[in-house]
Design a protein around this ligand. Structure first.
Ligand SMILES: Cc1cc2nc3c(=O)[nH]c(=O)nc-3n(C[C@H](O)[C@H](O)[C@H](O)COP(=O)(O)O)c2cc1C
Length: 390
C-alpha cells in the first residue's frame, strides 16, 4: 500500500517525506521534482519566507540510478532559515535556553496555538505552531511528485488553477488546455486562466495587504485522463470522493472541499445536476454530455476528469492583529505577528495537486497491484482492453 508521512518543523533543520509502497521501476524526473517544489513557493501575496527558502529535495533512500527500487523512499528538504533559529529551537537543552528561546504566549486566533498548547501541556505555542505551520506542505509536495510520476505512467496528469481570491471569482469553467498553459507559465501571478479575473484577484490581495489583513479563496485541482473504476462504492472508506475530501481538507487553512459542482448541486434540480450518458460506437466508449459530477459517481471514477475544489479561509496571522489572551498571565493582549503570507491560494492548489495525486496513486496501486512498474502496466493495459470489450 502506498503510504506517506512527513516530519519536521517550520524552522527546524529540515523537512522529511517518507513514502512506502511505491513499485520498483518508476523513473524519477529530478528536474520535475525540483520544479514542483518551486511552484509551491510562487504566487502573488506570499510572505518573506519564500525569499529565504529555495527548496531543494535530496533523496536519501529508495531511488537508485534514477528509478524507484520498491524500497521506502525518504526525501529531505533543508530549511535555510534554520541558521537563524539554531539557538531558539536547539535540540539540546543549551545553558542560555530561556533567553534564546523565542517564546510565544499570545496565541493567534485561527491557529493551532491555543488548543495545541493546552492539549500538549506546553506554555509556549512555538512548539505547536512550528509543526502546524504550512511549511510542512513542502514535504507533501515532494511526496506528491512520486505519486505524479507514477500516474504519468498510467497516462494521467494532475494540475490546478485558482478560481477565486476573496470576492474575485472566475465566471466560467476552464478547459484542460488553459489549465496546462497557466501551470506552464511560472510567471503567472495567481495561476488564474482568465487575465481579467486575475487582475481583480490581484486587486483583492493589494487591498488586504495595505490594510494588514488577509484573504482566502478557492483552488481547483483537475486530474485528467483518469481511468474508469478507481475507488469503490462497496464500503464507506473505499469511496474515492470521501478519500479525496479528507486529503484536501487536511491541507492547512482548507475549510471546505467540493467535488465537481457539489455545492451548487445542493440547491439545483436533478435535471440540472446529472451528466447524461451517451455511447460512441467507433471509439467503443461511453460519453457524457457534461461533467458536473467531477468524474466520480458512487465513489468510483467514471472516466471524466476528476475535479476537486479546496476552499481556503484567509490566513490567520494578521499584521493588524486580533485580540487574544496571554497563556501565562491570562491578560488581554494582541495576537503575535510573525512574517506571514497574505494570500496562499495558488500555493494551496499545488499542495492540492499533491494530495489528489497521492490518493489517485493509492487507488491505482490498489486496482492494478504489482511490485514493479512492468507488472502495473501489464495489469493496466489488460484492464483497458477489458473496458473496450465491456
Ligand atoms: C501554502 C500555505 C501557506 C500558509 N502560510 C501561512 C502563513 O504565512 N501564515 C499563517 O498564519 N497561516 C498560513 N497558512 C495557514 C495555516 O498554516 C493554518 O491556517 C493553521 O495551521 C491552522 O490550521 P487550519 O486553518 O487548517 O485550522 C498557510 C497555509 C497554506 C496552505
Amino acid at each position: 500500500m502506498f503510504r506517506f508521512v512527513t516530519a519536521g518543523e517550520s524552522h527546524g533543520q529540515a523537512l522529511i517525506a517518507w513514502i512506502s509502497g511505491v513499485p520498483a521501476g518508476v523513473p524519477i524526473d529530478f528536474e520535475f521534482v525540483q520544479r514542483e517544489l518551486h511552484r509551491r513557493q510562487l504566487g502573488y501575496g506570499r510572505g518573506g519566507r519564500q525569499k529565504i527558502e529555495k527548496d531543494r529535495v535530496e533523496f536519501l533512500a529508495g531511488v537508485r540510478h534514477g528509478q524507484t527500487i520498491g524500497a521506502p523512499i525518504a526525501m529531505r528538504i533543508d530549511n535555510r532559515d534554520w541558521a537563524n533559529w539554531e539557538k531558539a529551537l536547539s535540540v539540546e537543552n543549551i545553558p542560555d535556553f530561556e533567553s534564546a528561546q523565542r517564546r510565544l504566549t499570545a496565541p493567534r486566533p485561527g491557529h493551532a496555538d491555543l488548543a495545541g498548547s493546552m492539549k500538549f501541556n506546553l506554555h509556549d505555542a512555538r512548539y505547536i505552531l512550528e509543526r502546524a505551520s504550512a511549511r510542512e506542505t513542502a514535504a507533501r509536495v515532494a511526496a506528491g511528485t512520486i505519486a505524479k510520476l507514477l500516474l504519468r505512467q498510467l497516462e494521467c496528469e494532475v494540475l490546478s488553477h485558482v478560481v477565486a481570491v476573496g470576492k474575485a471569482r472566475l465566471p466560467r469553467t476552464a478547459a484542460w488546455g488553459e489549465i496546462q498553459a497557466v501551470c506552464e507559465n511560472l510567471d503567472s501571478p495567481l495561476r488564474c486562466v482568465d487575465a481579467e479575473t486575475e487582475a481583480l484577484m490581484k486587486g483583492e490581495v493589494d487591498v488586504v495587504h495595505r490594510a494588514g489583513n488577509t484573504v482566502g479563496g478557492i483552488f481547483e485541482v483537475v486530474a485528467h485522463n483518469v481511468v474508469t473504476g478507481l475507488g469503490s462504492h462497496a464500503q464507506w472508506d473505499e469511496k474515492l470522493d470521501a478519500r479525496l475530501a479528507q486529503a484536501v481538507m487536511s491541507i492547512q487553512a482548507v475549510k471546505g472541499v467540493e467535488i465537481g459542482a457539489g455545492i451548487a448541486a445542493a440547491t439545483s434540480y436533478g435535471s440540472e445536476v446529472m451528466d447524461e450518458i451517451g455511447y460512441n460506437p467507433a471509439a467503443k466508449q461511453f460519453t457524457r454530455a457534461s461533467n458536473r459530477a467531477g468524474g466520480l459517481e458512487g465513489g468510483i471514477t467514471n472516466g471524466e476528469d476528476v475535479i476537486v475544489r479546496g476552499y481556503l479561509k484567509p490566513i490567520s496571522t494578521l499584521r493588524a492583529p486580533l485580540g487574544t489572551v496571554d497563556m501565562v498571565t491570562k491578560q488581554p493582549i494582541s495576537a503575535a505577528y510573525e512574517r506571514s503570507d497574505v494570500c496562499v491560494v495558488p500555493a494551496g492548489g499545488v499542495v492540492g495537486e499533491a494530495m489528489v495525486s497521492i490518493v489517485l496513486a493509492q487507488a491505482a496501486i490498489e486496482k492494478f497491484g504489482g511490485d514493479s512498474l512492468v507488472e502495473i502496466r501489464r495489469n493496466f493495459e489488460g484492464y483497458l482492453q477489458q473496458l473496450k470489450e465491456f
